[in-house]
Ligand binder design. Structure first.
Ligand SMILES: Nc1nc2c(c(=O)[nH]1)N(C=O)[C@@H](CNc1ccc(C(=O)N[C@@H](CCC(=O)O)C(=O)O)cc1)CN2
Ligand SMILES: Nc1ncnc2c1ncn2[C@@H]1O[C@H](COP(=O)(O)OP(=O)(O)OP(=O)(O)O)[C@@H](O)[C@H]1O
Length: 190
């Protein structure tokens, strides 16, 4: 019987809890290298990243590489009035505080318009070969991606790639998934 979104989230969460910090760092570095080989990354001037939490692919070296290449980076920042995430710029000098869900956010956010972003690097709990994405459940990335027309690349570990993920009409598929072993080009069948 296919697992529900909630069942898949707890199955993957259990696997993530078993990962040790050295493995995450090493596998993350490999996934980032695969992402950097993509034309969508190389041509992007403004890249949306995220601050990793709980077993996600860590992106610290990718922030540094983007800055070295002169790219603008931003991350989702929670707007407590609208209860939605918006994008804010991150530089070498950004000072962070602990934000919503315990995720670091800039103390003084400098907004970046969605239309300025060329590439969105998205986290996820699980993905399938059609690019369907299962997130943590807030629907926040689904909404961020709603008005977005640039490239969408996910980063994940191989164990997060599953044969099939239940998806809803509002779920936006990703185009490529960069893992520690390969770049998975998504079959366009949705
Ligand atoms: N690093 C990172 N940043 C991100 C996301 C993400 O998935 N990863 N998001 C992606 O949308 C948004 C934040 N959404 C989040 C939604 C739920 C939880 C969370 O911790 N949920 C609990 C279970 C539910 C709960 O207690 O409310 C969990 O997963 O243990 C965290 C972030 C924006 N920023
Ligand atoms: N584009 C959208 N507009 C309005 N509501 C949305 C949109 N996308 C998702 N939602 C709402 O968000 C809720 C959570 O969706 P879902 O379980 O797919 O989250 P998710 O993709 O796993 O999470 P996230 O995107 O935060 O990582 C759903 O109940 C849905 O109603």
């Amino acid at each position: 019987m296919p697992q529900t979104k909630q069942q898949l989230r707890s199955t993957i969460a259990a696997k993530r809890k078993m990962l040790d910090a050295d493995w995450i760092e090493d596998a993350s570095a490999k996934a980032i290298e695969n992402l950097q080989s993509l034309p969508a990354f190389q041509s992007a001037k403004t890249v949306a990243l995220y601050m990793a939490i709980g077993g996600e692919v860590r992106l610290e070296p990718l922030f540094a590489e983007c800055w070295r290449l002169g790219k603008t980076t931003c991350i989702p920042v929670f707007n407590s009035s609208t209860r939605l995430y918006e994008m804010a710029e991150i530089t070498e000098n950004t000072r962070f505080e602990t934000g919503n869900y315990g995720i670091p956010e800039p103390v003084a956010p400098n907004p970046v318009a969605i239309q300025e972003i060329n590439l969105m690097v998205v986290p996820g709990v699980a993905f399938d070969a059609s690019g369907n994405r299962l997130g943590r459940g807030g629907g926040y990335y689904d909404r961020l991606l709603d008005g977005f027309s640039g490239d969408i690349v996910a980063v994940a570990f191989d164990f997060q790639i599953l044969p099939q993920i239940p998806c809803d009409s509002y779920d936006r598929p990703v185009q490529i998934i960069a893992t520690e072993t390969k770049n998975i080009k998504v079959r366009n069948e949705r």
